[in-house]
Design a protein around this ligand. Structure first.
Ligand code: SAM
Length: 353
């Protein structure tokens, strides 16, 4: 087992290779070396922290507050490093170096480990979201403190807010409806919103729900979990990649819908794909139908740093006003509103046909 000093020497050597490979300018080199000092400090803090946790030193409150301090310090250092360095290659290589230094601590967190490893081949799969919704964390060690920190972070909290807000919107639509109502959930993942609505005894007699996802494992999980609560004939689970449907405009594959919603999917679309997606969903709506798409807000870019640096989990964030203008002026849809509680990192785009 290598000592801490040996590990630092290893990482320093790797950094020198990066600086040589990337042919950094002298300014970039100075910035990266200065950042490396901050990284070493963080590395040292985690190394010491691990020892203190192992020896059960201090109480949990003190340890959590110490851990939060290390996190907020390294995140502001990363933020300033990212602003100063233009090259995405250098940033990516330094992120890899960061993880090779602190990986043994941060991957003690099951959330971080799965988010980084992406066993389903894409970031943010159904089980990660179940971990958020279930408030699930490692039982001990540094992993416990990192998981607790993650679960308190505005983005996972925002995902829970998003799911609850959507449930509120769906409840209002379902309660005020007397006719047959067809609802399509695109990228259903674990279908937690739906499962909770059923558990809360929402009367869904005349509601027909289609849950669509590209991931068969997520669909199987959703179907099994829904059936555990109540066998529901009006819910179907279908496997499709919504992007291929939109691009091929295979409108016949899906029926017209009264409500379409999609949580945590459009955040991964570049502008042209987002445009195709919105147009396709709009066309699929019945008259007076509603399309509900929450998106991540770009107003606090620091929020996305832990995802990128710990897990290589990246997506696009948006300015709420720009998105409304984009839907109105570029896509040409008239009835669009944006709902945004500014304490939240997520806003809702609601389009009516
Ligand atoms: C971030 S998860 C969100 C899950 C769920 N909507 C929620 O909020 O709890 C995104 C889900 O969208 C699915 N997804 C991503 N891209 C997709 C695509 N192009 N077509 C269909 N499903 C997609 C993923 O498989 C995953 O289950």
């Amino acid at each position: 087992m290598k000592s801490f000093e040996e590990k630092v020497i290893d990482v320093s050597e790797k950094l020198n290779n990066i600086l040589d490979d990337c042919e950094c300018s002298p300014k970039e080199k100075d910035i990266t070396l200065a950042f490396f000092e901050k990284l070493k400090h963080y590395f040292q803090s985690l190394y010491d922290f691990e020892g203190r946790v192992r020896d059960m030193e201090n109480n949990e409150k003190i340890l959590r507050s110490n851990f939060e301090k290390y996190q907020s310090t390294i995140i502001s250092e990363i933020y300033s490093f990212e602003k100063k360095i233009r090259s995405n290659i250098i940033k990516k290589r330094v992120r890899e170096l960061f993880r090779s230094a602190v990986g043994e601590y941060i991957f003690e967190s099951p959330i971080t480990k799965r988010a980084f490893e992406k066993p389903r081949g894409y970031p943010g799969d159904y089980l990660i979201f179940e971990m958020f919704y279930n408030d699930s964390y490692a039982p001990e060690g540094t992993g416990y403190f990192l998981d607790k920190w993650i679960l308190d972070h505005p983005l996972p909290k925002g995902a829970i807010y998003r799911k609850n807000k959507l449930k509120e919107m769906l409840s209002q639509i379902i309660e005020g409806n007397k006719n047959k109502l067809k609802i399509l959930n695109i990228g259903c993942g674990p279908s937690r919103d739906l499962r909770e609505l059923i558990s809360e005894n929402m009367d869904m007699g005349n509601v027909y729900i289609t849950c669509l996802d590209q991931d068969d494992e997520a669909l199987k999980f959703s179907e099994d979990e829904v059936n555990k609560i109540q066998r529901h004939n009006n819910i179907s689970f279908i496997k499709h990649d919504i992007i291929s449907i939109c691009l091929n405009r295979k409108t016949k594959q899906l029926d017209k819908q009264n409500v379409i919603y999609s949580l945590g999917v459009a955040d991964y679309f570049m502008k042209t794909t987002l445009e195709n997606f919105i147009r396709y969903c709009f066309d699929l709506l019945e008259p007076k139908g509603k399309l509900i798409i929450p998106l991540c807000s770009s107003h606090e870019p620091e929020l996305y740093i832990p995802l990128r640096w710990f897990c290589e989990w990246d997506f696009y964030s948006h300015d709420a006003n720009e998105i409304r203008d984009f839907v109105e002026k570029e896509i040409g849809i008239e009835k669009v509103k944006v709902i945004w509680e500014k304490s939240q990192p997520i806003f809702f785009v609601i389009i009516e046909k």
